[in-house]
Design a protein around this ligand. Structure first.
Ligand code: HEC
Length: 591
């Protein structure tokens, strides 16, 4: 219900509303002013609005701005809808849902109005070397879309709704109750060797048998499943879509299927399950981008048990951030704890799940823009990239503290879970590639036997180019595989560099190039190669060849001993395969 009231009247009316709501919340006086109170309820579509009224002055100020300001261009409902869609799909990831800035600059109206329409239009068109994409000259957006976005930015941002317990519970479905589920495994699948494969644009996962390479089944999920996680017992698979939908899949059923589902917000990236002894399969946790919160659920039913907001202070400046997104989450092997990475505030929370009624959290100051990461080989230390800061923060899971923040010496580290191996000269190391350049950084991880190397960059490898998303190896392998998925050169984005770990003692270690895209036999599209994942016994590494939605994609399986093509998995239903998760390696954090 768009409502436009201007000037003095607006101020008067809205502060009246605020007052009325304040009183209503105090459980009083609604009867004295029923009109204002019922109107107030209509305005208060967002739960955030419900909290403002007790702050009369602030609430009134904010509301005053929400209407059309003199001089700000009007957008029709259709234009506003379109612009919102473009904003959330293409801009919010860097500039934040509320436009308060993340890795991109803030785009609040005090700034955009200062810049004015032409500046905004041109900036969106041409981008900048400071990291703003050139939406116009790359033809990603049409001229009229750019003009629309420039006008949109001169208006107040639209605040998406909150998603508290009533909203979350309303999405909760138990499809097969626990007492109707099998009591033993009803299929002959080698569960540890299954691959859970994200079919990004079809909103599904495919379960593929590691030995036969057959698709066992496909399961409808949320959009663009970001990750799959497997419960400690190996029975339950949790996946989360970008739309914050969690599916719980029971792998014991004759044909594995979803037994429960839940939405934890509007936008999310992470899910994990309790792994500590005594808590196997007991809890699941999901982290959302919007609203900024994490949700602890019952592991067997996904019943939402607890929501914790991540809004708060940035670790160093100690200024408030309204939307610190939850990035990756991992479960400790040392304690009943989840490690939750919070992007914009740069904080890591160790959430003790042994008593969620009396929840204890350790809050660690790390670095801003925490993103993804993984354990070292002992699983005692967790390494997480603060990607826009070119750093990696290291957490000691046993002692619950920050060990160090290390500069990777590259541009925008993106490790995925990273890769652990024993370097011929420097001992145990963990590796990350970079989005922004061709370097692969090796960081020492053994403070006991290699104290000099521990938590420092011991070597920088030079790979094929920037745009790397994942590095990979396996304890049984002596190769380090580096993809370059987002590189702009099609030859580079469709191939993978392989370093021989045994030769890393040399001065400038060389790499081999595996032309995975070519091996797939696919002739169309950019054939982006992404995310190597090992099978159960570490003898094969699987790569996705990721093409457009309407184009052919595939999974290419490489023999780790010979570095030769072993097989190509193709199927009409393999639409945009991206992430693949071997269930054993994922469960035991082997990477
Ligand atoms: C990959 C991250 C990223 C995405 C996606 C992105 N931006 Fe930006 N944007 C930036 C960065 C970084 C800057 C600061 C650049 C600089 O200072 O040179 C910026 C700057 C801007 C500015 C100029 C702000 C100022 O104060 O000078 C505008 C306007 C802008 N972005 C609009 C948009 C719009 C509209 C979209 C979506 C269509 C978008 N951006 C998507 C990263 C991004």
């Amino acid at each position: 219900m768009p409502l436009r009231i201007q000037g003095h009247l607006a101020r008067h009316f809205l502060s009246g509303v605020a007052l009325a709501v304040g009183l209503a919340l105090a459980g009083d006086a609604t009867a004295q002013n029923p009109v204002a109170a019922s109107d107030a309820m209509k305005h208060d579509g967002t739960p955030a609005g419900q909290y403002q009224p007790s702050l009369d002055a602030l609430g009134a100020q904010a509301l005053e701005q929400a209407g059309a300001k003199p001089g700000s261009p009007q957008l029709s409902d259709a234009e506003f809808k379109r612009a919102n869609q473009i904003y959330f799909e293409r801009c919010a990831g860097c500039h934040g849902v509320l436009r308060k800035g993340a890795t991109g600059k803030p785009l609040t109206t005090n700034i955009t109005r200062e810049h004015g329409y032409e500046y905004l239009r041109d900036f969106i068109t041409y981008g900048s070397p400071g990291g703003m994409p050139n939406w116009g000259t790359s033809n990603e957006l049409q001229q009229e879309e750019i003009e629309l976005m420039a006008r949109y930015l001169l208006n107040e941002p639209a605040q998406p709704p909150e998603f508290g317990m009533p909203e979350i519970r309303a999405t909760w479905k138990v499809i097969v109750p626990v007492d109707q589920r099998p009591t033993k495994q009803m299929n002959k699948l080698d569960l540890d060797n299954l691959m859970s494969v994200t079919l990004r644009d079809s909103g599904e996962i495919a379960l593929i048998d590691g030995a036969s390479k057959q698709i066992v089944t496909r399961i409808k999920t949320g959009y663009a499943v970001h990750i799959s996680r497997i419960s400690a017992s190996g029975r339950y698979l949790y996946v989360i879509g970008r739309d914050a939908k969690v599916n719980l899949i029971d792998l014991w059923m004759e044909i594995p299927a979803t037994v429960a589902e839940l939405k934890v917000g509007n936008e999310a990236r992470s899910v994990e399950t309790s792994k500590f002894k005594g808590f196997e399969d007991k809890y699941a946790i999901a982290g959302a981008y919007w609203p900024p919160q994490y949700v602890i659920m019952d592991g067997a039913t996904l019943e939402p048990l607890k929501i914790v907001s991540t809004r708060g202070m940035i670790y160093d400046e100690q200024t408030y951030h309204p939307e610190p997104r939850v990035a990756s989450i991992v479960a400790s092997h040392f304690k009943p704890e989840f490690l939750v990475n919070i992007k914009e505030t740069g904080k890591i929370r160790l959430v003790d799940y042994s008593d969620i009624k009396n929840l204890k959290e350790i809050e660690i100051e790390a670095e801003r823009f925490l993103h993804d990461g993984g354990f070292d080989a002992t699983k005692r230390y967790f390494m997480v990239a603060a990607n826009a800061r070119n750093k990696v923060a290291i957490i000691d899971m046993k002692e619950g503290r920050l060990v160090k923040v290390v500069e990777t010496q590259g541009q925008t580290p993106h490790p995925g879970r990273g890769a652990n191996f024993v370097h011929p000269k420097h001992g145990p190391v963990w590796a990350t590639g970079h989005l922004g350049d061709e370097t692969i950084t090796l960081i020492g991880t053994d403070p006991e036997k290699h104290p000099k190397e521990a938590w420092t960059v011991v070597q920088t490898l030079i790979g094929q180019g920037g745009g790397s998303l994942f590095v990979k190896t396996h304890p049984k392998s002596h190769y380090l595989y580096v993809d370059t998925t987002l590189n702009t050169d099609p030859d580079i984005s469709s191939s993978v560099a392989v370093f021989d770990i045994k030769e890393l003692g040399q001065d400038k270690p060389k790499y081999k190039v595996l032309p995975i895209g070519e091996w797939s036999g696919i002739k169309e599209g950019q054939r982006r190669v992404v995310q190597g994942e090992f099978n159960k016994d570490g003898s094969e590494i699987w790569f996705s060849v990721w093409n457009g939605k309407a184009q052919e994609s595939a999974i290419v399986v490489v023999d780790d001993k010979t570095l030769k093509l072993k097989s190509v998995i193709k199927d009409k239903s393999l639409i945009t395969p991206t992430g693949k998760f071997n269930l054993l390696n994922t469960r035991d954090d082997v990477y």
